[in-house]
Design a protein around this ligand. Structure first.
Ligand code: ATP
Ligand code: MG
Length: 352
């Protein structure tokens, strides 16, 4: 079998590796100048950015392009928020920011602490500005005016994500909720452990089920949530495999990458078996260090990308059936200095 993935970053590459193992060839497409090997091949995506160019125009008409509806509703932040709200799902209070509202107008409607987010192309905390009532700020780009999203800053207890997949026949499966820690708006660490968010698992699955069904979606989808007073508020939806699901490579019988490939190919989609607890540490804007390989339990995934400050260069997974052993290994292994605060956070979480 042969499928194509829109986007040629690390997510596509990991899908390619997962596909290889189960006999599916995954071709990576450059979003700006891609070409389908055959006109009716199945095309899925590893990103939600949708530039207007000759390739995307032809792709939009291709019979094998899955999830056009999801792209329509989710690629733009305002359309995504509108969609979530129309489905009656909980999310942080928001408005479309119009320049004539001024900063005061935003605070009058959404409170003293507000996130302003660019409509498209934002990822890893880029394209965001935090507005505090006490500090007048300038709009970063004229292009944001009248179309950016203003969103109340949520004082959350923690952040979690639910990842699941829907097959071509509508069948759905889910992983357990993952707990996430961001540094400067970028995911730094994820933890997956049995029993941690049992009370929230069913509500989270219901939300994702509602979304995937409404979008007639096929493949893996992720929903990032804030946990506030024991309830979930949707932060954002990603119609693709997600950074917070990378731990599934180490602690699930079927990784999120394989699950996505299976779903889009119409292959069997059983509930993945999750073995024990796992953490994932993102390697952000750091140079390769062989010391990460020194711990016998650490699984390094290095993306081989050119260095840029803050860029996702790779990640390390660590898994164990025994949560206490996992915490011990996490304490022992070498990690970039920038991750020390996240490491301490994770060790503390694993002990609780
Ligand atoms: P991603 O890498 O997930 O695509 P992104 O750039 O799309 O990220 P968001 O998920 O919107 O950005 O925000 C990144 C992080 O910033 C969130 O996970 C959260 O920690 C913080 N954040 C964003 N919006 C809010 C909010 N309304 N209230 C509190 N924190 C927020
Ligand atoms: Mg996010």
């Amino acid at each position: 079998m042969n499928i194509a993935v829109l986007g040629n970053g690390q997510l596509g590459a990991m899908m390619q590796q997962a596909g290889l193992r189960i006999g599916v060839e995954v071709q990576l497409l450059d979003i700006d100048a891609g070409q389908l090997a055959s006109p009716d091949m199945i095309v899925t995506a590893e990103r939600e950015h949708w530039p207007q160019n000759a390739f995307t125009t032809s792709l939009a008409q291709a019979p094998g392009w899955l999830n056009a509806k999801a792209f329509h509703h989710l690629a733009d932040r305002i359309r995504q928020k509108t969609f979530i709200t129309e489905l009656g799902l909980p999310t942080s209070p928001w408005r479309v920011f119009r320049t004539d509202m001024g900063q005061e107008g935003i605070h009058a409607q959404l409170g003293p602490d507000v996130f302003l987010k660019s409509p498209q192309g934002g990822y890893d905390g880029r394209g965001q500005l935090r507005l505090k009532q006490a500090t007048p700020a300038a709009l970063p780009f004229p292009a944001w005016a009248d179309q950016s999203l203003a969103e109340q800053a949520i004082a959350f207890d923690t952040e979690v994500s639910i990842i699941g997949a829907r097959g071509r026949d509508g069948q759905m499966v889910f992983y357990r909720l993952t707990e996430n820690r961001h540094q400067d708006g970028v995911l730094a660490f994820s933890i997956s452990r049995p029993g941690a968010f049992e009370a929230l698992q069913a509500p989270a699955e219901d939300m994702l089920r509602t979304l995937m069904t409404a979008l007639d979606y096929v493949g893996v989808m992720a929903v990032e949530c804030f946990v506030v007073d024991g309830k979930l508020l949707i932060n954002e939806i990603a119609p693709r495999v997600h950074n917070s699901g990378h731990w599934t490579q180490a602690a699930a019988s079927i990784s999120q990458f394989e699950l996505h490939v299976r779903a889009v190919c119409g292959m069997p989609l059983p509930e993945p078996v999750q073995q024990g607890a796992a953490i994932m540490a993102n390697l952000l804007g750091v140079a390769y260090d062989q010391a990460w390989l020194a711990h016998g339990a650490a699984q390094l995934h290095w993306y081989g990308k050119d260095y840029r400050p803050g860029r996702k260069m790779g990640h390390i997974n660590l898994a164990s059936p025994d949560v206490r052993q996992l915490a011990q290994w996490l304490g022992e292994m070498t990690l970039p200095a920038e991750l020390e605060a996240s490491r301490s956070w994770a060790i503390q979480r694993l002990a609780s």
